[in-house]
Design a protein around this ligand. Structure first.
Ligand SMILES: O=C(O)CCC(=O)C(=O)O
Ligand SMILES: [Fe+2]
Length: 290
């Protein structure tokens, strides 16, 4: 019986060595399955590692496409100097920041009461999270996103209205460019595998969503509860993970004035190993979201 669904460190190195040697993916997966790794796990793990290695070496593009130019870090959209962002109703504290990619961890974005209230608004309306298929443009439920989610439009809700305003000030981008707040819930074992929040313009299925305000430019993920085990937001290309803390948030941006995309913002929600995880995400667009 094939049982292993976790990659020990020695196997991690083995995987990299074999990919570097040019071994075929199917041979690597076969060897893992023969060593009692779960077949689906082995296939997924190898496919993800191939993608990550390609990203790191910028070799992910098909042969006929032009190589990606390095992302130009001009003036960040997140232009807050100092440690505190004084919004109209609350001081938000910057506890970590990095320039490449532009990323920050923020404390006190929401009070605990606000977190609980958002969870309360979302709890009974959750649906299994879907992702937009890059080829067909259809919303599809896939194994790589096993959370439950719901959009919370702020229209007419004074509470959400205030939160939206605060978030727009923190993201330093017009509120009208934001998609509605999106709440995600993860049970034990649920995860959101590494992805980019922007829409790859080379993929035809993203045309219709790109027509609704253009490209996504930045993301703010706010943690709504204390997670008992794991569930970090992981950034594999940066070897960075952000540990959930109730009321705190992680911000990152990935679209510059020249329209370049920062592929290093690859990120995901690691599987929750104990308890549950709630987040609320704000995605900003280039223009007004319609
Ligand atoms: O749950 C997380 O930590 C990541 C969520 C995420 O990537 C998103 O909402 O776009
Ligand atoms: Fe994301």
């Amino acid at each position: 019986m094939n049982t292993f669904t976790h990659l020990p460190q020695e196997w991690d190195h083995w995987l990299d060595r074999n990919l570097a040697k040019g071994c075929l993916v199917q041979d690597i997966v076969k060897a893992m399955v023969e060593s009692r790794f779960d077949a689906d796990f082995a296939a997924r793990t190898v496919a993800e590692r191939v993608e990550l290695r390609a990203l790191q070496t910028q070799a992910a593009l098909p042969a006929q496409a032009a190589p990606r130019q390095p992302y130009q870090y001009g003036l960040p959209r997140f232009a807050h100097a100092g440690n505190v962002i004084s919004t109209f109703d609350r001081d938000v504290h910057i506890t970590f920041r990095m320039q490449r990619p532009v990323l920050a961890v923020l404390d006190d974005l929401l009070t605990h009461e606000e977190c609980d209230r958002i969870v309360g608004l979302a709890r009974d309306r959750l649906q299994r999270s879907a992702t937009l298929d890059p080829l067909s443009g259809q919303h599809q439920v896939k194994d790589h996103r096993t959370s439950m989610g719901v959009f919370l439009p702020a229209a007419g809700d004074a509470f959400l209205d205030g939160i939206e305003r605060r978030i727009a000030e923190v993201m330093n981008w017009p509120r009208a460019n934001g998609e509605p707040l999106h709440v995600l819930h993860y049970d034990v074992g649920a995860e959101y595998r590494p992805h980019h929040d922007f829409f790859d313009p080379a993929k035809p299925g993203f045309g219709p969503t790109l027509a609704r305000g253009g490209q996504r430019v930045s993301t703010l993920i706010t943690y709504l509860n204390e997670v008992e085990g794991a569930g970090e937001t992981i950034f594999p290309a940066l070897h960075l993970s952000v540990v959930p803390k109730k009321g705190s948030a992680v911000y990152f941006e990935y679209f510059n004035e020249s329209g370049q995309l920062d592929w290093d913002t690859l990120h995901g929600g690691a599987p929750v190993t104990q308890g549950e995880k709630w987040v609320v995400t704000k995605w900003m667009r280039e223009g007004v979201f319609t």
